[in-house]
Design a protein around this ligand. Sequence first.
Ligand code: HEC
Length: 257
Amino acid sequence: MLFFKQLRAPVFMTMLGMLLVGCVAHHADEPDRQEQERASKHDPATPTIEATNDDEDQRSIQQGKALFHGKAACSECHGEDGNINRVSHSQLARLNPPPTDLRTPNDKSPRQLYLIIKYGISATGMIPIQEAAELNDEEILHVISYLSHLQGHSPSFDLISSQSFLPHTDTDVAISLICEQEALADVDKEERCEDRYAKRYRDLIIGRPPDISIDRYAEIEAGCKRQAVKDLDTLALCYRTEYLASRPATHKVGNDQ
Ligand code: HEC
């Protein structure tokens, strides 16, 4: 029950209702050892783990897999092994927008994945999981290893850990500028500055969704900035709404490959 007890987002609770409690309780109550065993059991539908020489990378993928199906509860929405057709509770697969099929290769960097898991994607069922499931930063890195593996590219654990904490997106840069200016004005503000702005900027940090063309993205950006340039929350919500409306209807339930 840990995962749902931790949830503080009332919208999310309303959305899912008590329907889910039974299925989530079942997962969360399973002892860790069983999760580990389940994780290491070979499933023919799962991509075979690439042979790399580095035991640390392999361990990280396995730990990520165990977290994905266990404590982090990702599989509750995204399906077993990231397969959207294997969501145990059909109500979850009917979320609007639907959870993404996480096997589909995409262009998100480890930093973007880190931010999605940490801050969530506003106006969607993708809540800030780090907070909800009490994942520490290292656990997030393992989940990123597993996600990358699912998508057929396996960057080393070292690369994932160095990139996840490296603020390099355009929005990261914008936030550090704001924070530098704030820090000049008031030294005490410096510490939580990034966090404060990142939450408000979360849609912008995540960047252009991979399935939206650059031209369409530029159009959305210009349109939203005309409407809401002064209010970051409204701007973020405008982007989100436009992205979702522009998204091709892929990864839908029943669209297995
Ligand atoms: C309560 C349901 C729920 C849970 C639990 C959940 N997600 Fe999500 N997730 C979603 C939904 C819904 C979306 C789609 C949002 C959108 O379309 O922008 C999403 C989107 C994502 C994306 C963005 C995919 C893309 O390329 O656009 C990633 C990555 C992701 N989730 C990873 C995770 C991971 C990792 C976990 C566990 C730590 C997790 N999710 C747990 C519902 C959930």
